[in-house]
Design a binder for this molecule. Structure first.
Ligand code: SDX
Length: 428
């Protein structure tokens, strides 16, 4: 017996089907609402109660702190898989076998050459340009060098577009960082693994041999896995809605990068480090900043805390915190910033303001501490988030296009002026 929801409008009761997902999430299907009610719609700023699509990619349960990619728990994937396996899983729906994974990596390597003219675009930016603005522009520029739009009815064409962006994006990330540091650009090294190649392009100094540190390789691989997808978050919803107009994959991802940049979203990892450094400079008085975070008249928020969906610990934050401790210990770094972070966490978890609002550390609270320990500049932290989120954006764009979802075009409630006549300027 199909479940139904009843909505009464102006004395008339309307029935709408309730759909149930594979994890028993329920939603009222209001696709016919405006038509049957003669124009009545819903309104839900920030879409806190509104689903935009049915998706089979990522499941998360905010109350229980559950996160799964294609049914696999984030804990298992972070421990047992590598980033390319997870990227393949998210995009194509299944974990690859050895042959598929080797071919995937080989095809990605074949696509890791970036047109030399991209360098002219990078050079045009001022050195202090924010890396997220550079990365978004370079990603959009990829369209100029790959103008043919993807035929989403062709699995082969989709596969080619996927390996193309997975091959070129790390080069754009590395060149963005090298530009910021005034260092020469390095090319992809096809003799290396995916993560090792990224690290070498980012960190190899001219005239020096670059020695891979397995602790850093493993930590970055895990961080990218933990950031790989997160269902309909702000930047992913941006990628989907831009792609719903049939804009290309690169253009859609470029838009997602801009959405991720915001300090309330992916930009929070940079904001967390800036906040912690600010507290340290101000004498490390965490109680003062806890009070500021709770003061409604103070715009200060505890960056890295709270989440739209997680009303329990962000499962990624738990894994990243363990990794942060391991990386700092392995590298022999005693970072006072970490002590301040742990102090804030301890105080917040025992403070009614945070507990009552279910504000826990999120994915961004500890990730910046690892990136800092790895020698990544603070302004590059959100670029690293984008590097991890890329497979998720691809998977979600592909799902939306293959399922031929309609163009995204929300309604509104108009609250402006009613009809009035034009007044010539001499009479105003
Ligand atoms: C990411 O959506 C995703 O999945 C995102 C992400 C992903 O993987 O894609 O998980 C990545 O973006 C993580 C979030 C990173 N952002 C931050 O760390 C920035 C700090 N956090 C907040 O800005 C906030 O918690 C949000 C934006 C994350 C969530 O905001 P909501 O869901 O809109 O909640 P809200 O702003 O309505 O807050 C509810 C209450 C308010 O107080 P009251 O009005 O009830 O008195 O909690 C308070 C807020 O003032 N609050 C905070 C707070 N976050 C919420 N107070 C102090 N410090 C904070 N960080």
């Amino acid at each position: 017996m199909a479940e139904i929801a009843k909505i009464e409008v102006n004395g008339t009761t309307y029935e709408f089907p309730i759909i149930t997902g594979t994890e028993n999430e329920k939603a009222i299907d209001i696709k016919t609402l405006r038509g049957v009610t003669g124009g009545v719609t819903t309104i839900d700023p920030g879409y806190k109660n509104t689903g935009s699509c049915e998706s089979g990619i990522t499941f998360l349960n905010g109350e229980q702190g559950i996160l799964r990619y294609r049914g696999y728990s984030i804990e298992e994937l972070a421990e047992k898989a590598d980033f390319l396996e997870v990227a393949y899983l998210l995009i194509f729906g299944e974990l690859p076998n050895k042959e598929e994974l080797d071919k995937f990596h080989s095809d990605i390597k074949d696509q890791s050459v970036v047109d030399e003219d991209i360098k002219k675009i990078v050079d045009a930016f001022p050195k202090n340009a924010h890396p997220m603005g550079v990365l978004s522009s370079l990603t959009s520029a990829l369209t100029s060098f790959n103008p043919k739009s993807v035929d989403v009815d062709s699995e082969e064409e989709i596969y080619k577009a996927v390996v193309k962006i997975l091959g070129k994006f790390p080069v754009l990330v590395a060149w963005t960082m090298r530009k910021n540091q005034g260092l020469p650009f390095r090319y992809s090294d096809s003799s290396l693994g995916y993560i090792e190649n990224i690290l070498k392009m980012m960190f190899k100094k001219p005239g020096e041999k670059y020695i891979q540190n397995p602790v850093i390789v493993n930590a970055l691989d895990k961080l990218l896995i933990l950031h790989a997808d997160h269902e309909q978050n702000c930047s992913t919803s941006t990628v989907r809605i831009v792609g719903s107009s049939h804009a290309g994959l690169f253009a859609s991802i470029s838009a997602g990068i801009s959405a991720l940049w915001g300090p309330l979203h992916g930009g929070a990892n940079q904001a967390v480090l800036e906040m912690l450094a600010g507290i340290q400079e101000d004498g490390g008085d965490t109680a003062k900043y806890m009070a500021k975070a709770k003061d409604k008249n103070d715009p200060f928020r505890l960056m890295g805390f709270g989440h739209r969906v997680y009303k329990n610990f962000d499962p990624r934050a738990k894994i990243i915190k363990v990794s942060a401790d391991e990386v700092l210990a392995d590298l022999g770094i005693a970072d006072p910033i970490l002590d301040i972070a742990e102090g804030l966490e301890r105080e917040a978890l025992n403070d009614d303001y945070f507990v009552s609002r279910k504000l826990y550390p999120n994915v961004d609270f500890y990730s910046g501490i690892i990136y800092r320990a790895m020698g990544i500049p603070t302004e590059m932290f959100t670029v690293m988030f984008a590097l991890g989120r890329l497979p998720g954006w691809i998977a979600q764009w592909k799902e939306m296009r293959v399922r031929k979802e309609p163009i995204g075009r929300p309604r509104q409630i108009y609250v402006g002026e009613n009809l009035r006549s034009f007044v010539p300027v001499e009479k105003r």
